[in-house]
Design a protein around this ligand. Structure first.
Ligand SMILES: *[C@@H]1O[C@H](CO)[C@@H](O)[C@H](O)[C@H]1NC(C)=O
Ligand SMILES: *[C@@H]1O[C@H](CO)[C@@H](O)[C@H](O)[C@H]1NC(C)=O
Ligand SMILES: *[C@@H]1O[C@H](CO)[C@@H](O)[C@H](O)[C@H]1NC(C)=O
Length: 365
């Protein structure tokens, strides 16, 4: 009996085994060719049709009356059961970038708690209508959490295999690969793409909108990328995650000093002139000899440092350490590009000369 069962099971099992192996192989091959030139058009088509479907279902779920509230200005909304008064937005919201002239690319892992405020900030205060989120293996996937903007504005990208090693060598170049892939797959639908992290919040300091600012640079074909200086915020003495979110809570930042991290830039790139991502801060390699510049047209070299540090037109608030509790979580999570945030870095920021930085505390929503 045992033999009969044994013999009859074995071929079935091996058949199943082969199918599973075949399926895994196909998945692996697909992930390997993910960023290859030949598959890009195909992938883009798939993503376009998927995002169209999401858009349609989101539109019908929202209904015709609520749609303008989300895409236009925030209004006081009255529901039959309760009266919910949303406070008036501050500062005045820019028009939505419905043509998706700009987009944001991000590689992120296990930060579903940090994404809502990030989405809110860029969707409402910068008019961004397209986010490409490369989920670096979060379980459950980041896309399964609820977010305060229409899901049709977010394109989720999953990249296999997920390598969760903390060793620097194992992860080297992965963030740059995500970013380069983002431009290769989706870049031709946008004039500009920004590469940001979930703890980075842009402020237009000179009264321009982000869209107007970038439209201005697009008139100069020598300019392939524009870098914005960091303004690194400290923990502001907070030990635990603040309920009110980073923009309101971490209201202290480090004073500008050419020796500290405020020197670093993050970049928006003109996709038509994009070559290769140099590191997660800036581009460095662009087509037609294009250069990357700061807000005054000053050239930024491949060190990705910008000195003198100015933020007269824009600045990037970087909530790096956050509260002690969140810093320890960040250390446990590790960086996307491998390695961990160090105690040395925490001490460096915390012990720097600090000042009040309340610009974003007033923002609504
Ligand atoms: C919403 O209602 C509150 C309370 O009545 C009011 O102070 C606020 O100005 C209103 N906001 C808008 C956008 O109408
Ligand atoms: C993901 O983040 C949450 C909240 O920060 C934490 O509780 C959880 O342990 C993290 N999971 C992993 C796998 O790091
Ligand atoms: C274009 O930008 C470069 C770099 O900032 C600058 O040197 C050049 O003068 C600009 N050209 C025009 C026409 O504004």
């Amino acid at each position: 009996m045992v033999h009969i069962n044994g013999y009859s099971d074995r071929p079935a099992r091996s058949f199943l085994f082969k199918r599973v192996v075949g399926f895994i192989t196909i998945c692996a091959v697909f992930s390997l060719i993910w960023f290859n030139a030949g598959s890009e058009g195909q992938l883009r088509k798939t993503y376009t049709s998927v995002s169209k479907q999401v858009e349609k279902s989101a539109a019908s779920a929202l209904g015709r009356e609520e749609q303008p509230d989300i895409d236009g200005q925030l209004k006081n909304v009255t529901t039959p059961s309760t009266n919910i008064f949303l406070p008036a937005p501050f500062p005045t919201l820019p028009p939505p970038d419905d043509e998706e002239y700009m987009a944001i690319c991000m590689a992120v892992k296990n930060q579903s708690l940090d994404l809502p405020e990030f989405f809110t900030h860029y969707y409402f205060h910068h008019g961004i209508r397209r986010f490409y989120i490369f989920d670096d293996g979060t379980e459950p996937p980041l896309s399964s959490a609820p977010y305060p903007i229409p899901s049709s504005a977010i394109t989720w990208v999953y990249f296999q295999p997920h390598i969760h090693s903390d060793k620097l060598g194992d992860r080297q170049g992965i963030q740059e690969k995500y970013y380069t892939g983002c431009v290769n797959m989706f870049g031709d639908m946008h004039t500009w793409m920004g590469f940001l992290d979930a703890d980075e919040f842009l402020e237009m300091t000179g009264g321009e909108t982000l869209s107007d600012f970038l439209h201005g640079w697009a008139r100069n074909d020598t300019v392939g990328a524009v870098g914005v200086n960091w303004l690194v915020h400290s923990s502001a003495g907070l030990l635990t995650r603040p309920a009110e979110g980073p923009r309101k809570a971490f209201n202290r930042c480090i004073a500008d000093d050419p020796q500290n991290d405020n020197l670093k830039v993050k970049t928006f790139v003109r996709t038509a002139l994009f070559g290769t991502m140099w590191n997660c801060h800036c581009i460095a390699i662009m087509k037609n000899g294009a250069v990357q510049v700061g807000e005054h047209g000053d050239v930024i070299d491949k060190s990705c440092d910008r000195n003198p540090i100015t933020r007269e037109r824009w600045g990037l608030h970087h909530f790096g350490p956050k509260s002690r509790e969140e810093f320890l979580q960040k250390q446990a999570r590790g960086k996307i590009r491998g390695g961990k945030s160090t105690e040395h870095w925490w001490n460096k920021i915390e012990n720097s000369e600090q000042r009040d930085c309340s610009e974003l505390t007033k923002y609504v929503p």
